[in-house]
Design a protein around this ligand. Structure first.
Ligand code: PNS
Length: 169
């Protein structure tokens, strides 16, 4: 196991899905600890959940992991955040061919910005490869059932969120 290497798993996590969780668990087979880093893009992104809500959900999901998984958020460039955390590795999941171009561009750009920072890709688990936060939100917003694709607590937050958004309209 890469004992001293800090791995960062960055993303929007809006919200965290079982696909993300599978990836974190598998990362822990190789790295001692992982920081799940929620990108905060104030005023610019169209996230459903606030960073505080996302942090709370991620923290809750991994609370039984004996400190090996930390939830955090960051603003600005990922490579600068990684440097502040003394991380040497960025973890990203690859679901399908469609992810590849975007991921390849990001990895190349990050490498150009900080050549010592490596991006490691993990193939998403076979039962999770079609799950995405975007699809989960769309299905829930249209009344569909996503149980089994996100943790029960996240499922509850999703239905509360869409209820409160519906009530505002
Ligand atoms: O879950 P996502 O939306 O695919 O994650 C994308 C994320 C957050 C990893 C990416 O947008 C990012 O790193 N944002 C931070 C700003 C940054 O460093 N941008 C340049 C990336 S090359």
């Amino acid at each position: 196991m890469a004992k001293d290497a800090v791995a960062i798993y960055p993303g929007s996590f809006d919200p965290i899905t079982n696909g993300h969780i599978d990836l974190v668990k598998r990362t822990l087979r190789v790295f001692d600890s992982v920081i799940v880093a929620i990108a905060s893009n104030p005023g610019k992104d169209g996230s459903l959940f606030s960073v505080a809500e996302r942090l709370q959900m991620v923290g809750e999901v991994f609370k039984g992991f004996k400190g090996r998984v930390r939830a955090d958020s960051f603003e600005g460039l990922l490579v600068n955040y990684a440097e502040r955390k003394r991380a040497t590795v960025i973890i990203r999941g690859l679901r399908a061919v469609s992810d590849f171009e975007y991921e390849f561009q990001m990895a190349m750009m990050n490498h150009r910005l900080k050549p010592k920072l490596e991006t490691f890709f993990m193939m998403t688990g076979e039962s999770e490869f079609y799950i995405s936060s975007r699809l989960v939100k769309e299905v829930v917003s249209l009344g569909g059932d996503v149980s089994g694709l996100v943790p029960a607590k996240v499922l509850k937050k999703l239905s509360q969120k869409f209820k409160s958004l519906g009530a505002q309209r």
